[in-house]
Design a protein around this ligand. Structure first.
Ligand SMILES: [Zn+2]
Length: 188
């Protein structure tokens, strides 16, 4: 459980290095992951599921062993600020989201969460202070079971060389790589 190795302050230093600035979303992420771990059994291997590509995946990557690169973090963009840590074999786990009703006592967090203020008029210092004071009290916690089809598959694909771009790709994608089958990412 990596989160125990840090204080909130040393974590926020790492956030600045890794994420570029001390994003409020990552400060909230600290408390979301902390509360998830508090509800998980001490022993076990957990994968992560994140319902937004914004900010929260970086908190998961800093505070858990799960990264996008190692395949233990899956991002499904549902636009919800929520994460789940679940038993990688059984799928049962803890989902943590932000509960809008619990934001009422915290005007800065609420304004930031619902984007009610322009970024320039936001008081970042006050916001981080509120996040620290609110702690895990703004979290909604659910026991969930992740669907098997969402759970990370660890199979290894066979690879081939694409006859068009001459780069390697998973053979299961078809006769050409996905880059050559689709309009592609780059201007001609
Ligand atoms: Zn190709």
């Amino acid at each position: 459980m990596k989160i125990d190795a840090y204080t909130f302050e040393t974590y926020m230093e790492r956030v600045r290095e890794f994420h570029g600035y001390d994003a409020p979303g990552l400060a909230i992420g600290w408390f979301m992951i902390k509360v998830a771990y508090e509800h998980l059994p001490e022993e076990g291997l957990f994968d992560a599921l994140c319902e937004t590509p914004k900010c929260l995946p970086d908190a998961i990557q800093l505070l858990t062993p799960c990264t996008i690169g190692n395949g233990w973090l899956t991002i499904k963009n549902l636009g919800r600020y929520a994460l789940t840590l679940y038993d990688k074999y059984k799928g049962n786990g803890i989902r943590v989201a932000i509960d809008p009703e619990k934001l009422e006592p915290w005007p800065e967090i609420k304004a930031w969460f619902f984007k009610l203020k322009e970024k320039e008029t936001q008081n970042e210092e006050l916001l981080i202070e509120e996040i620290k004071k609110a702690g895990t009290s703004i979290c909604k916690i659910q026991h969930v079971r992740v669907k098997p089809e969402i759970m990370v598959k660890k199979h290894r694909d066979r690879f081939a060389v694409c006859p068009m771009c001459h780069e390697s790709y998973p053979l299961a994608d078809g006769p050409l790589c996905l880059g050559c089958q689709n309009p592609g990412l780059y201007e001609e």
